[in-house]
Design a protein around this ligand. Structure first.
Ligand SMILES: Cc1ncc(COP(=O)(O)OP(=O)(O)O)c(N)n1
Ligand SMILES: Cc1ncsc1CCOP(=O)(O)O
Length: 538
């Protein structure tokens, strides 16, 4: 007889030591069950056997009221004494085959997995589910300096499970702000296998309001799972994010970009830009010139309040200010499902910038990442192109298309590589844009302005989607709308306007070019885009 199927969506691992002062364990447990916890593991690291059995017995009594199964951490004797649904064991606990003999064929056995080798063994030994971790640093367990897996490392393990029927949860450092990034970012690149749930201790147990904490996590997990159901059979990485997979042509792409130009003018979306001091004024002006509305808010409370009202958010860390504001703005963009454009300026130039980028990326999931060759190289951990200040040094990548495609897959985001030619990828399709003017290299912040315009068109693409469809009709993506087209639109509009500006007789050098560029962005028509766009599908 097959073992019972558990719902792994929101898996609470208990930890009485992490309760807020004065909070009763059983009260906290009951509140978390009311908030939507679907499975509970009793984890007692300091209790003696009698106490463990008593805690597990009362835990099971409460969980039974909510029809939520209970598993026991490590201890087969406690499981047998209390009659729970099964056990969770680690790599140094009782070996799985022996545990199976001891607890019989019907009980669930979960195994901790920290790498692909351990996963292969878990498959061979017949685990019912695996706990993949630690995804991020955690204060709830000593992970002995081991490297955290992150969403992409989690995805590599998920790849191996495809077709095995073994369920998987992730564990370690999972909290509301990084949950969307984990769920979407761990979808395995090769097989599209995804997590069945997440296991958490502190996000629920350490909360004064475990019911609310659980409800908030469940909302995100349920929406992700609904989306996956809608996508059954689909093997692409991005589902509906990009609609261009079939029948792709220059004409199709340009027509879509023209459509977004009209949407932008009609909708005037608000674009919040946490950007650097050097470019702030020009970025606000290019935003206005294409028909969007700029706001340059950085205060954490302010960006939180603004998030529901904006069309998109840009985070550009050129002067690495306002890190707290960037964390909150990006997190709220994810929570409110707004496009988030990340411009990691000079990320490869210093260790501080690299660490800051990683810190930010642990807080939120970008929709689009834009950078020059040095920045994209640093993000892709490639040494082909070095940084020189905020610029890239050297000739560039041998195969830029392969770089952007691989990074898009790794980061589960659209990647835009700017340079003499621009490359854009969603992990499948690679587009190359050959428009632009040499003057763009002679003014400060041209890359930053391109990022701003990508954010404007990302907002337009989302609006277009929501106007055409029932709200969240296709819930498959964190952000709705065609973000590959949005990135293409931002790049095309900017580079074509730069060509038109550079051709003007009154443009004598970078100073006059800078003003002319804003004028030409303002005056650019869909017809000129049609005539000038040099887009190739690689
Ligand atoms: C769901 C889940 N995944 C992993 C673990 C970690 O288990 P283990 O490696 O045995 O470490 P301890 O929990 O025993 O410290 C888990 N408990 N649950
Ligand atoms: C038990 C365990 N195993 C790997 S990480 C971890 C702790 C998870 O706790 P938290 O959800 O508080 O990070």
């Amino acid at each position: 007889m097959p073992r019972i199927q558990l719902d792994y969506s929101l898996y609470l691992v208990t930890g009485r030591e992490f309760l807020p002062p004065g909070k009763d364990y059983y009260e906290s447990l009951e509140e978390s069950l009311q908030g939507g916890v679907t499975l509970v593991q009793v984890r007692e690291k300091d209790a003696d056997t009698g106490e463990f059995i008593e805690v597990a017995r009362r835990t099971k009594q409460i969980c039974d009221k909510y029809n939520v199964p209970v598993l026991i951490n490590d201890r087969i004797d406690v499981h047998l004494a209390v009659g729970t649904a099964g056990i969770h064991i680690g790599q140094t606990d009782c070996p799985l085959p022996l545990a199976r003999t001891l607890i019989g064929p019907d009980a669930i056995i979960g195994l901790s997995v920290r790498n692909t080798d351990e996963c292969k063994r878990a498959i061979e030994q017949g685990a019912d589910y695996i706990g993949i971790g630690s995804v991020w640093p955690t204060g709830s367990k000593d992970i002995k300096g081991r490297k955290c897996l992150g969403p992409d490392g989690t995805g590599e393990i998920l790849d191996l499970l495809d077709g095995t029927g073994i369920q998987a949860v992730a564990i370690g450092g999972i909290h509301l702000p990084n949950l969307p990034q984990l769920l979407h970012g761990s979808i395995s690149p090769k097989t599209s296998n995804a997590l069945d749930g997440v296991a958490v201790i502190s996000d629920i147990v350490a909360s004064h309001q475990p019911r609310k904490a659980s409800e908030a996590l469940r909302e995100i997990i349920d929406s992700f799972k609904r989306a996956r159901k809608g996508l059954e059979g689909h093997k692409g990485l991005f589902g509906s994010t990009s609609s261009v997979s079939g029948g792709l042509s220059r004409e199709y792409l340009v027509e879509k970009v023209q459509g977004l130009m009209r949407v932008l003018e009609q909708e005037t979306p608000l674009i919040n830009q946490l950007t650097n001091k050097v470019v702030m004024n020009d970025s606000a002006n290019v935003t206005l010139a294409v028909g969007a509305s700029p706001i340059m808010s950085t205060n954490p409370r302010d960006v939180y309040d603004l998030s529901p009202a904006i069309g998109a958010c840009l985070i550009n860390f050129g002067t690495v200010d306002d890190k707290e504001g960037m964390k909150v703005a990006g997190r709220q963009a994810n929570v409110n499902r707004k496009p988030l454009v990340f411009d990691p300026v000079a990320v490869g130039a210093t260790s501080y910038r690299r660490e800051t980028a990683e810190e930010l990326l642990a807080h939120w999931q970008p929709t689009i990442i834009k950078g020059n060759a040095a920045e994209i190289g640093a993000m892709a951990e490639s040494t082909e192109v070095a940084s020189r200040g905020v610029d890239a040094a050297g000739a560039g990548f041998k195969d830029p298309g392969a770089i952007v495609r691989a990074l898009a897959k790794k980061r589960a985001a659209i990647i835009v590589l700017t340079g003499p030619e621009d490359y854009i990828s969603d992990g499948h399709t690679v587009l190359k844009v050959s428009n632009g003017s040499h003057f763009l290299e002679k003014i400060t912040g041209s890359g930053c302005q391109a990022g701003t315009l990508i954010a404007c068109f990302a907002a337009a693409s989302r609006s277009y989607y929501l106007n055409e469809n029932e709200p969240f009709e296709d819930d498959s993506q964190l952000v709705q709308g065609d973000m590959l087209i949005a990135a293409l639109a931002g790049i095309l509009i900017y580079t074509i306007a730069s060509e038109v500006a550079a051709d003007r007789p009154d443009v004598k050098g970078p100073g006059t070019f800078r003003s002319a560029l804003i004028d030409e962005l303002y005056n650019l028509t869909p017809e000129v885009v049609q005539q000038r766009a040099r887009v190739e599908i690689l």
